[in-house]
Design a protein. Structure first.
Length: 85
């Protein structure tokens, strides 16, 4: 099993934090201009914040052990190819 790359994980957390801040700055204008509903803006902000918090829990070691063990092990997430025979 691969080790967690904590430097990469910190970069991902920082990226998510920047994205959360961006959404809080930009989405009110999108809602005001009618390009996005308030409901969609609220959902999108909440989802990105949840991503940030999940990454932080992995970094802090407070996420469930199976999550910590499989994080960044992409082999766990590759869908098997369907047989087309």
């Amino acid at each position: 099993m691969a080790e967690i790359d904590f430097n990469l994980l910190q970069e991902l957390i920082n990226c998510a934090k920047r994205e959360v801040a961006l959404r809080y700055r930009v989405y009110p204008r999108l809602v005001a201009s009618g390009k996005m509903t308030q409901q969609q803006a609220d959902k999108e902000k909440a989802w990105m914040y949840a991503i940030q918090k999940a990454l932080q829990k992995i970094y802090d070691g407070t996420a469930p052990l199976p999550v910590q063990q499989s994080f960044l092990n992409s082999q766990d997430y590759i869908k098997p190819k369907q047989w087309h025979g």
